[in-house]
Design a protein around this ligand. Structure first.
Ligand code: A3P
Length: 287
């Protein structure tokens, strides 16, 4: 097992050494994707786990059996984690759901020769940074953060683990490709039913109304918070300390308002405007 207290630098990005090794990262960037694979790509705290649940439930046509008996990291393994090659190789090659936090500039080359269906999930960056800050407090494989304001500085300076949010979102959403679907955390919050239908059509797995309703029920925040296979309470306390916070924390759009000071807001706007606006047509929902 990799160690808790180290970071693994790869192409200038720091990854938690507890989950990543040079070999696992190299394995990921040269992964032989298949046309039948489904890849969920995201920057951390953007709705990855939620999307894993949505995809699992779509594929079981709303039946919660799989999502209630198999941990999410086994049914939709992270490509770049050190233990994943064995898990991936054990999955039937016609039905693999794979997850990644890698930016497009690292993973794009491996994807370009396949018709892998990619679902990129994004979230407004103010809620991402707040969720990420709280996650750093409970995940012992991430550096203990000081104040929120200092963590925000690191996020804006692009020095946090997993690298730059700006590069991540621009890299993935800049791809014009019929095999890539961009969904947002906010659209799932606003219209989970509609988003599930949209994803199911993209995956060529259309569902009838009852099946969509079952998916909605089982991937609601309250259901997922109770589901041990997805709420990370099965992870040992020395790795994720649930006495310091929950993985399934609040599940809200606009929680940043409870954390950002006026000064944080000003700092954020200045950097966001300078880094995002050029050639960027994305619109974010902030509340
Ligand atoms: P908060 O910390 O804001 O509550 P990821 O899976 O990418 O790490 O993202 C985790 C975030 O998604 C957490 O946000 C978590 O609560 C939220 N989340 C997970 N499942 C959700 C659901 N069904 N509904 C709303 N939010 C959900």
């Amino acid at each position: 097992m990799a160690r808790l207290d180290v970071t693994e630098m790869f192409h200038g990005i720091s990854f938690p050494g507890h989950l990543h090794t040079q070999d696992s990262l190299k394995y990921a960037v040269s992964f032989p994707f298949l046309d039948t694979d489904i890849l969920i790509a995201s920057y951390p705290k953007s709705g990855t786990t939620w999307t894993q649940e949505v995809v699992t439930l779509i594929r079981t046509r709303g039946n919660p059996g799989l999502s209630q008996t198999v941990e999410n990291w086994k049914r939709a393994p992270w490509l770049e984690h050190y233990y994943s090659s064995a898990l991936l190789e054990a999955l039937p090659t016609t039905a693999r759901v794979i997850t990644t936090h890698l930016p497009h500039h690292l993973l794009g080359p491996a994807l370009q020769h396949s018709k892998t269906k990619v679902i990129y999930v994004s979230r407004n960056p103010k809620d991402v940074v707040v969720s990420f800050y709280h996650f750093h407090k409970m995940a012992n494989f991430l550096p203990e953060p000081d104040s929120f304001s200092e963590f925000l500085d690191q996020f804006l300076e692009e020095t946090v683990s997993f690298g730059s949010w700006f590069d991540h979102i621009k890299g993935w959403t800049g791809q014009i490709n019929s095999n890539l679907l961009h969904v947002t955390y906010e659209e799932m919050s606003l219209d989970l039913h509609g988003t599930i239908k949209k994803i199911s059509l993209f995956l060529q797995c259309p569902l009838v109304e009852d099946e969509v309703n079952n998916c909605v029920q089982h991937c609601s925040f309250s259901s997922m918070k109770e589901n041990k296979m997805i709420n990370y309470t099965l992870v040992p306390q020395e790795i994720m300390d649930h006495s310091k916070g929950s993985f399934m924390r609040k599940g809200k759009v606009g929680d940043w308002k409870n954390m950002f000071t006026e000064e944080d807001g000003r700092k954020f706007e200045t950097v966001f405007t300078s880094k995002m606006m050029e050639n960027c047509t994305l619109e974010f929902v902030w509340e």
